[in-house]
Design a protein around this ligand. Structure first.
Ligand code: ADP
Length: 273
């Protein structure tokens, strides 16, 4: 008789062999248990990920196919509608492109094939160069950007391109999830052996029940809204991966009725030398 008592959702693989005596009479059994809970968990995550990716690819593809077929079956002769359909096809193609780019970034980060090029960098300069990239979008939406970086801040030890991506993703979210005319603030400060960088906005905010899962791949508070804004649901997963590869950390706080603050911590250059 074997009683299995264990925590819920735990998985074991069990190998049972008979123990025989010299006359080959059955004496007892030896059972070996392997705890394969972690393996099962990874397996489940992998299956979920593939299902999510397939679903995310399918939605724009269905739309592209539908509008191409509509054009083929006559809409091409109706210039006004034809233009509208082409615009939709263009937008959906852009979505596919963003998704594939984000997936490639994630997989290169996960496979660790891409070595990081750590150097001492001035975080203020990095922030300014990223702001240059989405300046137009920020201006178009009438947001105010408030940057505070002390002059004598120690350098951070980072892979510049990767950190630009982190700041770009955080700023892009702040811009997207803040109604026009909002205030977005980027603030850097020394914090022990780290440089802390806060990105905050005064937009729609994030309800506390979503916080624990926010950095998971494809997790979005409002799927339809995220898609409408051109999001892939992978931005924060990429941010987290890059920061962990730097031995840094990132979190998020969001009080009810206020926009969120994303504080990230990067090792300062001195500490690593
Ligand atoms: P997305 O492509 O949807 O922006 P992310 O991984 O970057 O994907 O973010 C995941 C989700 O976290 C978003 O869909 C949104 O619901 C929420 N989120 C991220 N940043 C903010 C923010 N600054 N304000 C409100 N919600 C945010």
């Amino acid at each position: 008789d074997v009683d299995l008592i264990g925590p819920q959702d735990a998985y074991f693989s069990m190998q049972v062999s008979p123990v025989l005596d010299d006359e080959k009479n059955f004496r007892s059994v030896v059972a070996i248990f392997h705890d394969i809970t972690e393996l099962k968990k990874f397996d489940r995550l992998r299956i979920e990920f593939v299902a999510n990716v397939s679903h995310e690819l399918k939605t724009p593809l269905t739309s592209i196919k539908g509008f191409v077929e509509t054009l083929q079956s006559g809409a091409l002769k109706d210039p006004e509608n034809a233009k509208r359909f082409l615009d939709i096809i263009n937008k959906q193609t852009g979505r596919l492109e963003n998704l594939v780019n984000d997936l490639l970034t994630l997989s290169s980060l996960e496979s660790r094939e891409l070595a990081m090029d750590f150097r001492g960098e001035d975080i203020g300069k990095i922030v300014q160069s990223v702001l240059g990239l989405n300046k137009k979008q920020i201006e178009r939406l009438g947001h105010t950007i408030d940057v505070t970086v002390p002059l004598n801040l120690p350098h951070v030890r980072v892979d510049r391109q990767r950190i630009e991506q982190v700041i770009l993703n955080l700023l892009d979210n702040a811009v997207k999830f803040t109604p026009p005319g909002g205030v977005i603030a980027v603030k850097a400060a020394a914090d022990g052996d780290f440089i802390r960088l806060d990105v905050r906005d005064n937009g729609i905010g994030i309800a506390s029940e979503h916080i624990p899962r926010l950095f998971e791949r494809f997790y979005r508070v409002d799927k339809a809204r995220s898609r409408e804004l051109g999001g892939t649901g992978l931005g924060l997963a990429i941010v987290k991966h890059i920061i962990l590869a730097h031995n840094g950390k990132i979190s998020v706080t969001s009080k009810f009725g206020e926009g969120p603050i994303f504080p990230s911590f990067f090792p300062s250059h001195q500490q690593q030398r």
